[in-house]
Design a protein around this ligand. Structure first.
Ligand code: KIV
Length: 300
């Protein structure tokens, strides 16, 4: 069983695929999350543009910029230096000239020290994938429910349920493989289709809401840990519900400050007796002005 004791490479991913060792992936967006993910021995961290929704409070991933991705990916790299890190190319950062795509991906690779980038789309973006691979940048594809196209889909719905759309997805997957991608995420598609795509391709598929027939699985950090409120998609298995204990802990902190139960001496520092006596003497002798007003007044 491959564990992320040393940072995996694309060659390691290929070996895992060939030896049928399931590939584990989870998102992370900052150093503390990344450190926990690395400690848990996850194979690959995805710095997803889902950060726009779970970290930045947007309704979709569309407002996310390359600068946002770099900012978060740099933090993830610091938190998990020994884990393979794939970084999403955000909305419209790979839809213009191929030259621009390579330049934007270069910024992500160099500034965030990413190991690969992920792009949403099929045939239409295949030439961008080829150009990136030619430039030495490993690419992970992403098909199915591609959140950057949510406005075209009209919402976050299961994709490729009909024969025509299922065939189109298969064609897109082939195009991305031929363009040189080393892996493809399949999001929110029927499990039977994901299985067929996975059998037809010679590169690993990573499923999210795509059933068990993929070479690996990915989930969003906040979903796994139950850090979100609101409706949970069917495909999310919540492995913990941390929202309630976090709110409870913060409420207890608030109550203890209000009730002057925190901080106790256990959480405070002492000055030496000598220094304290000298200080008190000076205050007594009015060498230091005693505070005769509410110290918070000036701040209000
Ligand atoms: O942005 C993201 O987190 C993703 C995963 C849902 C695959 O693309």
């Amino acid at each position: 069983m491959a564990q992320s004791l040393k940072k995996l490479t694309t060659a390691d991913i290929r070996t895992m695929y060939q030896t049928r060792d399931p590939i584990t992936m989870i998102t992370a967006y900052d150093a503390s999350q990344a450190a926990l993910v690395q400690a848990a021995g996850i194979d690959v961290i995805l710095v997803g543009d889902s950060l726009g929704m779970v970290m930045l409070g947007y309704d979709t991933t569309i407002p996310v910029t390359v600068d946002d991705m770099v900012h978060h990916a740099k933090a993830v790299r610091r938190g998990a230096p020994d884990t393979m890190m794939i970084v999403d190319m955000p909305f419209l950062s790979y839809h213009q000239a191929v030259f621009d795509t390579v330049r934007q991906a270069g910024v992500i690779m160099q500034q965030a020290q990413a190991d690969a980038v992920k792009l949403e789309g099929g045939v239409k973006i295949a030439q961008h994938v080829s150009a990136l691979v030619d430039a030495g940048i490993p690419v992970c594809g992403h098909l199915g429910l591609t959140p950057q196209s949510v406005l075209n889909f009209g919402g976050f719905y299961v994709q490729a349920k009909e024969q025509e759309t299922a065939e189109k997805l298969l064609e897109d997957a082939r195009a991305i493989e031929q363009a040189g991608a080393f892996m493809i995420v399949l999001e929110c598609i029927p499990s039977q289709l994901a299985k067929i795509v996975s059998q037809v391709l010679n590169i690993p598929t990573i499923g999210i809401g795509a059933g068990s027939g993929c070479a690996g699985q990915v989930l969003v950090y906040h979903d796994v840990l139950g850090l979100n409120s609101g409706k949970r998609p069917k495909f999310v298995k919540q492995y913990a519900n941390l929202q309630a204990p976090i709110i409870d802990a913060i409420k207890t902190y608030r109550d203890e400050v209000k009730g002057q139960a925190f901080p106790t001496p256990e959480f405070s520092y002492d000055i030496s007796h000598r220094a304290l006596s000298a200080l008190e003497e000076k205050v007594e002798a009015s060498e230091l002005a005693p505070v005769d007003h509410d110290p918070l007044d000036e701040e209000r």
